[in-house]
Design a binder for this molecule. Sequence first.
Ligand SMILES: [Zn+2]
Length: 141
Amino acid sequence: MIALTHMVVGGAVGSFVDGRGIAFGLGVVSHVPLDVIPHYEFDKMWLEVAIVASFLGAMLATGHAGTGLFWGALGGVVPDLENLLWRLGVMPERRKLFPGHNGRLGRFLRHGRSLGPGHAWWQAAIAVCAVAIMIWRVRTV
Ligand SMILES: [Zn+2]
């Protein structure tokens, strides 16, 4: 799954709770179903890193560091840190910890098969919906 989608879905889910820990946990949990669904893997790793870092940095710079939105977004994307380390050759694949990445929780939580870039549209649609939810939550809370 595209890291941006993980981040904004985690942020949207986290925006419904107040505690940092529960928001972070919900963000991490939201990562699982998004990885299990067959999906397109964005291959421009550094562009993803830049987008995620920019979004989280903007949240910090605008005073959202203590919000469920920020912690949910962080929780949503943090499991993919091990994928980044694996892609950089820093961490072997067998050391991955996250259930959606290592497949140790059975076939229902196994990482979904890779699809072509033509399937990125529905991930973008999910991300747009999640951003709309985040904007709505920021404006109404
Ligand atoms: Zn993942």
